[in-house]
Design a protein around this ligand. Structure first.
Ligand code: PLP
Length: 445
């Protein structure tokens, strides 16, 4: 049966009285009460329709409203709603999903540790990195290298690794032992992309010299900087960074929370950028957001070290949740059956092409696309590369309110990462929404 539409006004008032939201400026701010979704569309309690070019929080690969996934979850709940993977306990769904996650990669010797989300996965990967060195007789390897414009999560350590001021100001002392490198973001740095890698690799080598390789556990990075503005590095960046890390015994943690499961046209972005990470963090597209689940995939080497002597001494109640695993399996089935890796690549190429029509707009500094991620750089003045001092958050709100297209604002760029099932018509609708609002932006003198 169809549910009665909730009263949007009343719900907003009840929300104001009882919910604490992340990043909501001001108690009296309006609320958007979402009630249903299908494909790339969402509908709110007032009946307004949205085109979700953000795929929720960049996670809904297969689109909203998939009955098949709902049924997988219900079926699993009826059979075995919960069981743990602590100690010697396991269950069929966790085993199947672990095999599947390894099988879709290019290295079939890897192993899987399940978490409930991305931040939790990053925390686990950091503990693994340090613990591996500790067990191998290098306990001084504790420093982590990270990069500007990175986002790795909201925990104490993952927040510290993020270039995200709200997490690092207002909370007292920092965990520390983190070194920040420049981001491979040639547009922001005002560099020619073909020179960028030389400079960045040189900076990495100098940092290792200064800190001392014997004190560095790992470098963590997103293949594509997501919150940083959907920034894909120059093609030689990751392979060259990997070479330097290997030479110094520093582990590579790839944060694929956003980039895995088709977002850049492959199951794993690692296979596109050409690296073999020691640890890969997964979440989001793993279940398309139908259930909170994450995973850390480790190399065989690391799994062997951590599996020795007492085993890896960290775990969470919801590790390997059977319903999460069943949902992930159903989600991966859809991605495979519907050929969504190729579909994402095709939709992305088309989106990238159509976005070029925005280049004549005075405050558009440029556009870029990589897989099914895209960004529009907004600048302070025509011809400049300086961002708007206030960022692009209010412009994203304007696009939503005027056109119904959901895009994400940021410190510099507007970004999109739609569901992988995006149609040609929806692609054009996204670009038209950008055009309508951006062409009306006042050029300040
Ligand atoms: N890593 C990346 C690259 C992310 O974009 C995010 C969230 O957006 C996280 C980690 C944190 O994941 P979660 O919000 O599930 O804790």
């Amino acid at each position: 049966g169809v549910r009665a539409r909730p009263d949007a006004r009343a719900l907003a008032d009840r929300d104001r009285a009882r919910l604490l939201h992340p990043f909501l400026p001001g108690e009296q701010h309006s609320r958007i009460v979402m009630v249903e979704g299908e494909g790339c569309r969402l509908r709110d309690a007032e009946g307004r329709e949205y085109l979700d070019a953000t795929a929720g929080m960049w996670l809904c690969q297969v689109g909203h409203g998939r009955r098949e996934i709902a049924e997988a979850a219900a079926g699993q709940m009826r059979t075995l709603e919960y069981s743990t993977v602590f100690w010697d306990y396991t269950h069929d769904r966790a085993v199947e999903l672990a095999e599947r996650l390894v099988g879709i990669g290019s290295d079939d010797t890897r192993r899987v540790f399940f978490t409930s989300g991305g931040s939790e996965g990053v925390e686990i990967a950091l503990r693994m990195a340090r613990n591996v060195h500790h067990r191998r007789g290098e306990p001084d390897r504790t420093w982590i290298l990270t990069r500007d414009s990175a986002y790795h999560g909201a925990g104490y350590a993952s927040g510290e690794l993020s270039d995200f001021p709200p997490y690092t100001t207002g909370f007292g002392p920092h965990p520390g032992q983190v070194h920040r490198l420049s981001a491979p973001y040639p547009f922001a740095a005002g560099e020619a992309p073909e020179k960028a890698t030389d400079l960045l690799v040189h900076e990495l080598e100098s940092a290792i010299d200064r800190i001392g390789a014997h004190r560095i556990a790992a470098l963590i990075g997103e293949p594509v900087l997501a919150l940083g503005g959907m920034v894909a590095p120059p093609p030689d960046y990751w392979p060259r960074v990997e070479q330097v890390l290997r030479r110094h015994g520093i582990l590579l943690i790839l944060d694929e929370v956003v980039t895995a499961f088709g977002r850049v046209g492959h199951w794993y972005a690692a296979d596109r950028i050409g690296v073999r990470p020691d640890l890969t963090v997964l979440s989001k597209g793993l279940t398309s957001g139908y259930f909170p689940l994450g995973a850390v995939v480790t190399s065989e080497d690391i799994a062997r070290t951590l599996g020795g002597d007492g085993g890896f001494p960290v775990g969470h109640t919801y590790s390997g949740h059977p319903v999460g695993c069943a949902v992930a399996l159903a989600n991966l089935d859809i991605i495979e059956r519907e050929g969504l890796l190729d579909a994402a690549e095709r939709a992305g190429a088309r989106l990238g092409e159509e976005l070029r029509s925005l280049h004549d707009i005075p405050l558009v500094g440029g556009t870029r696309q990589y897989g099914l991620t895209a960004a529009v750089e907004i600048v302070r003045a025509p011809g400049s590369r300086d961002p708007l001092p206030e960022g692009t958050y209010a412009i994203a709100d304007q696009i939503r309110d005027r056109t119904g297209v959901l895009v994400r604002g940021g410190p510099r760029a507007l970004t999109v990462a739609p569901p992988l099932v995006l149609s040609d018509r929806e692609t054009t609708e996204i670009v038209a929404a950008f055009g309508e609002v951006l062409s009306g932006l006042p050029v300040r003198s």
